[in-house]
Write a protein that binds this ligand. Sequence first.
Ligand code: NAP
Length: 319
Amino acid sequence: MRAIQVRQFGGPEELRLESVAVPEPGPGQVRVRVKAAGVNPVDTYWRSGTNPALPLPFTPGLDGAGIVEALGAGVSRVREGDSVYFGGWLSGAYAEQALLREAQAHRLPQGATFSQGAALHVPYATAHRALFHRGQARPGEVVLVHGASGGVGMAATQFALAAGLRVIATAGSQRGREWLAAQGAHAVLDHSDPSYIDSIRGLTGGRGVDLILEMLSNVNLGKDLPLLAGGGRVVVIGSRGPVQINARDLMTREADVRGMSLFNVADDALIAIHEAIAAGWRTGVVRPVVRREMPLAEAAAAHQAVLEAGAFGKIVLIP
Ligand code: NAP
């Protein structure tokens, strides 16, 4: 089969389309014919070796969707021929075929395209985990989705609005802000304009926000803490380096900074999150935005695009 391979850590040029052996499913494993593979920022950290280094060579890709074509012994969650989306990794989604543990495969919601399926796991499971598990969001609270135009932020905005939170959402592009306003966000701000901080104070009557979902903590965490109401929480979803904070901002508010990593979520908790995603699809809450579909051979260009400003949902590779 054709698959993208990373043979040494480095820039996007290290993503090479090669011919590799088709993986055979062992007990509890599933092989999927990949129809779409999602591109996430974390794929670029692994490619460059900035995340804990993976054994080389490897095929990137945590998100995908396709058709189940082979089952290992004892698999009961899916059958051959099922349309599924998946999240997680045994052999990597940037390929014509991908090997998974059966717990990583979920039925593709009725009416969803494969590209939409490839935009479900990382963005929506992260958003759900951040909002409801780590963030303990409650109806009526005010949440700042800081970076709401990307995959995770759009998903968080949809979940938060449906759960009865008041949503302040930020985007750096006009297109992102228009989309967020159309979703029904209560206020939409531009994080590239420093006046957004005063706007948040004004919007909350000086009280501050209860919860911040932070996509770029290395830039924003120090500015986030003074925006919190008493008892407020920041969930660190994304961070690309160190940051300075004033710990007094936490002390006086009895506020919390909480990290989260999707990789820490156990299979049973992930399966429960995917039940919530399926329910969200049925009720129209969950509607992933696919910004761009690109051929698998253009994985390098996709890795450049996913880190550029002007995010708008998900980039997907088509094998
Ligand atoms: P994405 O689609 O590339 O979106 C990035 C978002 O960050 C966009 O909304 C972008 O807005 C926004 N942004 C850019 N500059 C910003 C600033 N100064 N302040 C606030 N927001 C800013 O990425 P994603 O898939 O949504 O992921 C977001 C981050 O979370 C990434 O760093 C990713 O690695 C991380 N992540 C972590 C986990 C985890 O388990 N902890 C899981 C998934 C993702 P504009 O482009 O409109 O400016």
